[in-house]
Design a protein around this ligand. Structure first.
Ligand code: HEM
Length: 206
């Protein structure tokens, strides 16, 4: 394959894996939100999923998808010293929304890379999912800000990453893409934080 074709293939891989991870994240948040209706509701849903025997495979599939996405994105980063210096020199003067979202993408990716990997290992090791186990974990990790940071990074990265992809491929237009990005951001953040509050309530025995 020529360099140009490789570039297009990697862009398609980046966009495809981003869309797949966004779909996963929305489903993940909706499923976690079952805890809004109590520990029993979440456990019932977890039991049904467990009965399919696909949860373990799902953890591996998501880990692979995250790795593919990171590898496809890595060439976009200024990894050489000269590139970092050039970026630092010009970024301040490029007070443009695209520069802001690019910096947000890199920062949130770093957080997800570390905390997302830890979460996948811990949640994947501690199957089957049970509401009380999760609630105690959320409570025990609260002082570290683990889930607050991970949730904020995931919401930023998913929403504004989609906007960047839409802008790159020119579909939909910028205004629609930005409105969708803010909607996605608000959805992930509000649903996610309300879920964390519900876990805390269960951990308190409520
Ligand atoms: C198939 C793989 C996954 C499983 C089985 C899983 C399972 C869980 C479970 C059981 C919880 C409740 C808290 C706990 O028990 O620790 C949770 C919460 C959470 N997970 Fe995952 N998770 C997976 C993948 C991911 C990925 C890839 C991300 C993002 C990088 C993520 C982000 C979060 C966040 C932010 C929360 C906090 C609560 C919320 O916003 O819903 N998870 N996950």
């Amino acid at each position: 394959m020529t360099k140009g074709r490789w570039g297009t293939a990697l862009e398609l891989l980046l966009a495809g894996s981003a869309l797949a991870l966004t779909g996963f994240m929305v489903i993940h948040e909706i499923m976690q939100a079952s805890v809004w209706y109590g520990a029993l509701a979440m456990d019932r849903l977890a039991d049904e999923l467990d009965a399919t025997g696909l949860v373990g495979a799902g953890v591996v599939a998501v880990a692979v998808l995250l790795a593919v996405h990171a590898l496809a994105a890595i060439r976009r980063l200024p990894l050489r010293v000269g590139e970092v210096r050039a970026f630092a020199r010009t970024a301040g003067s490029l007070a443009h929304w695209d520069t802001v979202t690019w910096v947000l993408q890199v920062g949130s990716a770093a957080v997800i890379g570390v905390l997302g990997a830890i979460h996948l290992l811990v949640a994947g090791e501690d199957l089957p999912v049970e509401a009380v186990k999760s609630a105690l974990r959320v409570r025990d990790l609260a002082s570290t800000g683990f889930y607050d940071l991970l949730l904020t990074a995931v919401s930023v990265h998913t929403a504004f990453g989609l906007e960047r992809i839409a802008t790159k491929w020119g579909c939909p237009g910028r205004t629609v893409a930005r409105a969708l990005a803010w909607t996605c951001f608000a959805f992930l953040l509000v649903v996610g934080f309300w879920t964390l509050i519900m876990f805390h309530r269960i951990a308190r025995g409520g």
